[in-house]
Design a protein around this ligand. Structure first.
Ligand code: UD1
Ligand code: UDP
Length: 382
């Protein structure tokens, strides 16, 4: 038996690791799966665990209001020390670029346990953007023994850093596996407010913001621009599930509360959120995961950041990096709402991030490297 421990802690890691956990469990004759969560996020993590019916074997429950990077790193590291000592897994899988990811990789390294990095090789080249994610993924990449790169571009980034090619598998992104399990064109919402939105006659803008480097003034700029757009264009409506970070909530409250046709709601469960993405006209976000999901649903995405580690959909023309300047956010959003050609050009469905088989490829690779199995699936390619 190969003992595989997955470690994750935030909403996006959970969404992207859930298909991997479910796939590992399908191989219960060869793989023993252990799930450890740091719970760097609490409610936003639990929503995902519930949806995919995953019950963690270990829950460190570390989240505190206004936690610092030091809090997350030290609590995760110390908590995982004893979990790893007890379980002694053959491999630890971490995902992406959060502080849980880095602490999980470091904790495993200190016990000389090999690390598999899911969503490896994303880079902006700027260690302060996104902060601290770029450094988290570089450090995790330095520790990892196996790198599951979602795309050929991510693989190329790793090769440039002298990672041995035999340790890199191009798998596609597991977020596409999760999305394909979740989106249903006939979906109806449980929330009556969402069911009452007229998606045919109104242009619905879906908005999310949470990046640390956007906290404060950049977010204020974004919200002011959005408010002007909605005031000016009467058939627009905004759905904005507001992140639980109190620093995000404060500025949202100050700039947007009470505005007509702007619905401020709590973070949504993944199933309604993915289906809302499928029904909306346009997405404004600083999220990483949403930049991967929305293009596959044919939704134009304006990214409220100056850099991206996900250049594939920018190259395909469905994602545009617009930063956070008020005038630019206003102008670019308005352009998509008033210029049919500009909108149509950006609304082609493209799938540069995956084909729904990433988790299968990851598990096959583990069976090969740790179980001596011969078969390996063909790599993901465009
Ligand atoms: C974290 C990750 C970021 C990822 C994002 C996904 C780090 C440093 N940041 O950022 O890479 O893109 O998650 O959303 O790893 N909170 C709650 N309940 C929750 C979740 C958060 O109340 O379920 C509040 C808490 O007050 C918490 C704050 O939000 O202190 C910030 O959470 P934190 O995980 O530190 O940062 P994020 O901005 O969520
Ligand atoms: N998401 C969700 N509910 C929401 C907002 C986002 O389920 O209200 C999902 C979204 O579909 C994506 C993931 O959360 O899969 C992205 O998480 P987030 O933006 O918090 O983090 P990032 O991807 O930027 O790390």
């Amino acid at each position: 038996m190969i003992k595989v421990m997955t470690v994750f802690g935030t909403r996006p890691e959970a969404i992207k690791m859930a298909p991997v956990v479910l796939e590992l469990k399908k191989h219960a004759d060869k793989i023993q799966t252990v799930v450890a969560v740091t719970a760097q996020h609490r409610q936003m993590l639990d929503q995902v665990l519930e949806l995919f019916r995953i019950e963690p074997d270990y829950d460190l429950d570390i989240m505190s209001q206004g936690q610092t990077l030091y809090d997350i790193t030290t609590k995760s590291l110390m908590g995982l020390k004893s979990v790893l000592e007890q379980e002694k897994p053959d491999i630890v899988l971490v995902h992406g670029d959060t502080t849980t990811t880095f602490a999980g990789a470091l904790a495993a390294y200190y016990q000389q346990i090999p690390v598999g990095h899911v969503e490896a090789g994303l880079r902006t080249g700027n260690i302060y953007s996104p902060f601290p994610e770029e450094m988290n993924r570089k450090l995790t990449g330095s520790i990892a023994a196996i790198h599951f790169a979602p795309t050929a571009t991510a693989k190329a980034n790793l090769l440039k850093e002298a990672v041995a090619e035999k340790n890199i598998y191009v798998t596609g992104n597991t977020v596409i596996d999760a999305l394909m399990k979740t989106v249903d064109p006939a979906y109806t919402f449980e929330d009556e407010m969402l069911n009452h939105i007229d998606f045919l006659r109104h242009r619905v803008i879906l908005m999310t913001t949470h990046r640390r480097e956007n906290l404060g003034e950049p977010m204020r700029h974004i919200y002011k621009a959005l408010r002007s757009i909605v005031e000016e264009i009467p058939d627009t409506e905004v759905v904005f599930p507001v992140h639980r970070n109190p620093l995000v909530r404060k500025v949202v409250e100050e700039e947007l509360s009470g505005a007509d046709r702007i619905h401020l709601i709590d973070p949504m469960e993944y199933e309604p959120f993915a289906n809302l993405m499928n029904k909306c006209s346009l997405v404004l976000t600083d999220s990483g995961g949403i930049q991967e999901e929305a293009p596959s649903l044919g939704k134009p995405v304006l990214v409220l950041r100056d850099t991206t580690e996900r250049p594939e959909a920018v190259a395909a023309g469905t994602v545009r990096l617009i930063g956070t300047e008020k005038d630019v956010v206003y102008r670019e959003t308005k352009r998509l709402l008033t210029d049919r050609h500009a909108y149509d050009t950006m609304s082609n469905a493209v799938n540069p991030y995956g084909d729904g088989k990433a988790s299968q490829r990851i598990v096959q690779a583990i069976l090969r490297d740790f179980g001596g199995e011969e078969t390996v699936m063909e790599e993901f390619s465009l």
